[in-house]
Design a protein around this ligand. Structure first.
Ligand code: ZN
Length: 284
């Protein structure tokens, strides 16, 4: 028996990376009976001689698009200009990613397009994100990012035009990953072979398609909204169930007014809270 990690699936062939090398395997029928499909990212036990997957180890998370599991980090590629940074989108991605039990990591691009004062302002904001526990890296200093992500399975996300492909090209010029998600309209009705892959670049495993591309909060449990706003937990409101919206005596709102909580973060929170409420109205 040999342990490995599935790095590629083409229809029903599973490419497993092991210490013995890359081995193409088939899945045992028992998985079909148990209604388990091996996914890219799965840690598996295989029979290297017979080339069969014998066992799938427990997953820590899994995504639908791309269909991979055991994702360690979602790299939010965020440009500062062209397109301009959207704090609302950034905060939404952080919430959705954290809710999927994946670590959000920010990679800033196009910082060179900013002037001195703009740069100083934005650095303050980014320091705030670091303070609340989110790692921030810059694409002009990729060695730090590479060091941090080494050995991890990473899915890319972020606005169109933020520089996802150029980031990957900077890491490895031989890679040609699909960074524009195929639109639903194109994908529908077309029979395609199941093909998912993670590519090893500098010791990092990148999914071959970006994730979190359609993000509304519909699938988020409303009780989980605070996962995206860990800094609010440091403020204890008088009402136990304070929503930090209309309540008069609210320590979070006080924190915003005193500059302890970033205003854009609070604005994101309010907009997500209202969006979640809207989905709840539709549901019941
Ligand atoms: Zn409150």
């Amino acid at each position: 028996m040999q342990e490995g990690k599935i790095v590629k699936i083409i229809s029903n062939l599973y490419g497993v990376k092991t210490s013995l090398g890359y081995i193409e395997c088939r899945a045992r029928g028992k998985f079909r009976n148990d209604k388990i499909t091996p996914l890219v990212g799965d840690f598996v036990e295989i029979d290297p001689k017979e080339r069969y997957i014998l066992n799938i180890l427990e997953r820590k998370n899994s995504l639908n698009r791309p269909q991979i599991c055991n994702v360690d980090a979602a790299l939010i590629v965020t440009s500062l200009k062209k397109p301009d940074i959207s704090y609302n989108l950034l905060d939404k991605l952080i919430l959705v990613i954290k809710e999927s039990q994946i670590e959000p990591v920010i990679c800033i691009t196009k910082i060179d397009l900013l002037g001195f004062f703009e740069k100083r302002k934005i650095k303050k904001v980014l320091n705030y994100y670091q303070k609340i526990g989110i790692k921030v890296f810059y694409n002009n200093k990729l060695s730090d990012l590479v060091k941090y992500l080494k050995g991890k399975t990473v899915v890319l996300t972020g606005q169109t035009g933020a520089g996802k492909s150029s980031l990957l090209n900077k890491l490895n010029k031989n890679l040609n990953l699909e960074t524009n998600p195929i639109s639903d309209a194109l994908g529908r009705g077309v029979h395609t072979t199941r093909h998912t892959e993670i590519h090893e670049v500098d010791g990092i495993y990148f999914a071959d398609t970006p994730g979190f591309s359609s993000i509304n909060l519909e699938n988020i449990n409303k009780d989980n909204i605070m996962i995206g706003f860990p800094e609010f937990n440091e403020f204890t409101c008088d009402y136990k169930d304070c929503h930090h919206i209309d309540e008069k005596e609210c320590k979070v709102k006080k924190g915003v007014n005193e500059g302890k909580i970033l205003k854009s973060r609070y604005e994101s929170y309010v907009s997500f809270f209202k969006e979640l409420k809207k989905w709840l109205v539709f549901r019941f």
